[in-house]
Design a protein around this ligand. Sequence first.
Ligand code: ZN
Length: 246
Amino acid sequence: MNAKRPLIAVLTGAGISTDSGIPDYRGPQGLWQKDPSAEELVTIGPYRGDPEVRRRAWRMRLETGAAAAEPNAGHRALVDLDRSGLPLRVLTQNIDGLHQKSGLPGRKVLELHGNLRETRCLGCGAVGPMAEALARVGAGEPDPDCRACGGILKPHIVMFGENLDQEVLGQADAITRACDVFVAVGTSLQVFPVAALPYNAVKSGAKLIIVNGEPTPYDEAAAEVVREPISLALPRLVRRLVREGA
Ligand code: ZN
């Protein structure tokens, strides 16, 4: 009997959160198809250069923060997978924090595009709680600045026009090369460098499973492609992985 339990890496994209009411901004029904000006709010050039863009962005964050999203059956399936005892790492492109909210330990979640729980200063790099910045906005500061250096504050996310954190990407790469099963869920796998992860996983000998509504460039390389809605497909896939010991 082989004592080594297989490591499962799960890469999640916007598709896993659409059933929680969070729009897939890039998808066919995406918000930016309807309101292109919304894209400015998360693009580093306009955000850095235009105070009015920042004021709109802070207002939007204050308003959307009140309508907090809840995890769905897809997120909960990954919690079940974790609790089964199979070694699991989740790499997520999402900034919604729903994996942690569903009960997955934070140390098992690598947030490739950062998070909305914190702010980061464009000047000195200081990181602080988002709640504090939003409280300042609520109290009448339309564009709260960094308390330490007076610089521009942004959410601690990777905006369009910014590079991924190299350290985070390095960790993602290490997990990808070490895993035995790589599951890509709700991601189009078209944006690099994240799109390279499934390729590296296959090259390192992992079995690739893709769960996505639309075709991806890696479907041919996958051992299995599942097209059904994620909140149905993922719980079923997880039950099977647990039954078969991945
Ligand atoms: Zn600063």
